[in-house]
Write a protein that binds this ligand. Structure first.
Ligand code: CAA
Length: 389
């Protein structure tokens, strides 16, 4: 029904959350099924979200953003994801994987050139780390960036790049010194129009079908050395720092999907009758509702806690990897659990494309995979708890 009122929200939080809810209901809900079916990128609604300030919520106003805190970002993203996870991941990548890293590691010139267009909603950003042979083992990159005077020459392939087919700017990670392994990775900011940057085929996907995902191929792609983000060899740290922020975004996406699937199942369980009573009155269904609700609220607490830890880290400079990984792990597994139960409670109607339940189920799966699988989150959490890293 409603969130437990544990985190007191400011008036600003509530206004942003309500604006995002209103936009999602009025503009995204009517088109979500159609864009899921066609797999078309929703350019028009994404542009409007940019106009409303949703693409750079934590970005300071001087760099084109809304200048709000992490909890504000989470609250707005949650409302978008309740209606459509595809719009949600595009928003999350722009905010977290793209803007966050440049704000933390970029120069003043880089922030002006590469953050303002994205945060103000005029352009789309993307993050290219994964390669065909390196997903979870993110430091095992084969792509090479070779210094040539005032330039770097980029060669290699990147896989599974969210917004790859449509992005205007990319944060790209490549090896500058393979002998140093993770310490030989560097990060670069690349304009999508740079010669030698080729967009590979768009991936056909099970879920989040309206978000566009592709390979990127770099063939002697020459960029100015001024576009290196952070120091040479600092790229792995940049990639991991950014993923901590990204994982809060994916936890939010998972929570939003779970909430909508739950609410539909709750209503259906109260209305649908079998054997002379609402199916929710049977303990088999009622207990499902109880478990779904409890896991959703536990996810919310972990997520909002991670958002506050991230906000605090802006002052302390400390890491919030543990909080972000626990939130992502629990919320994504909750999204899978809840959407699975929601399909089951709806029976045949849950399997039909007449209702969005099957879309929630398909969309939920990716949250256990991208920006670090559940296995990687367990690795991060266990290493932290055991003091192994
Ligand atoms: N913040 C800052 N620094 C970090 C860090 C973090 N969160 N995590 C690790 N580091 C640092 C470590 O401190 C260490 O530095 P020092 O040597 O100076 O101490 C260095 O990075 C290496 O760390 P590890 O030894 O822990 O590295 P590892 O090789 O064991 O890997 C890992 C750690 C957690 C498994 C990491 O590889 C990982 O997160 N893998 C998953 C990658 C991932 O999430 N990919 C998704 C890509 S994006 C995507 O999904 C597509 C999209 O568009 C949405």
């Amino acid at each position: 029904m409603t969130a437990l009122p544990i985190y007191p929200l400011t008036e600003e939080h509530k206004m942003l959350r309500d604006a995002a809810r209103d936009f999602a209901q009025k503009e995204i809900a009517p088109i979500a099924a159609e864009f899921d079916e066609s797999g078309e990128f929703p350019h028009a609604t994404i542009k409007k979200m940019g106009g409303l300030g949703f693409m750079g919520i934590e970005v300071p106003e001087e760099y084109g953003g809304a200048g709000m805190d992490t909890l504000a970002y989470v609250l707005a993203l949650e409302e978008i994801c309740k209606v459509d996870a595809s719009h949600g991941v595009i928003m999350s990548v722009n905010n977290s994987l793209y803007c966050h890293g440049i704000l933390q590691f970029g120069t003043e010139e880089q922030k002006k050139k590469f953050v303002i267009p994205i945060a103000s909603g005029k352009a789309i950003g993307a993050y290219a780390l994964t390669e065909p042979q390196s997903g979870s083992d993110a430091g095992a990159l084969k792509s090479r960036a070779t210094r040539d005077g005032d330039f770097y020459v980029l060669n290699g392939r990147k896989s599974w790049v969210t917004s790859g087919p449509v992005a205007n700017y990319f944060v790209v990670f490549m090896m500058t010194d393979p002998a140093k392994k993770q310490k030989g990775v560097s990060a670069f900011l690349v304009d999508g129009d740079t010669p030698g940057l080729i967009r590979g085929k768009k991936e056909p996907k099970l879920g989040i079908r309206a978000s566009a995902t592709s390979e990127l191929i770099f063939e002697d792609c020459r960029i100015s050395a001024e576009n290196r983000l952070g120091k040479e060899g600092e790229g792995f740290k940049v990639a991991m720092t950014v993923l901590d922020a990204g994982r809060i975004g994916i936890a939010t996406q998972a929570l939003g999907i779970a909430e909508s699937a739950y609410e539909a199942a709750r209503q259906y369980a109260g209305q649908r009758e079998a054997f002379g009573q609402p199916i929710g009155a049977f303990q088999g269904t009622g207990f499902k509702i109880a478990d779904m609700k409890t896991r959703i609220e536990a996810s919310r607490l972990l997520l909002y806690n991670a958002a506050i830890a991230k906000e605090n880290s802006k002052q302390s400079g400390g890491r919030y990897s543990l909080e972000a990984s626990m939130a992502k792990l629990f919320a994504s597994e909750t999204a899978m659990f809840v959407t699975h139960q929601a399909v089951q409670i709806h029976g045949g109607m849950g399997y039909s494309k007449e209702l969005p339940i099957e879309r929630y189920f398909r969309d939920a799966k990716i949250t256990e995979i991208y920006e670090g699988t559940s296995e990687i989150q367990r690795l991060v959490i266990s290493r932290s708890e055991l003091g192994l890293k």
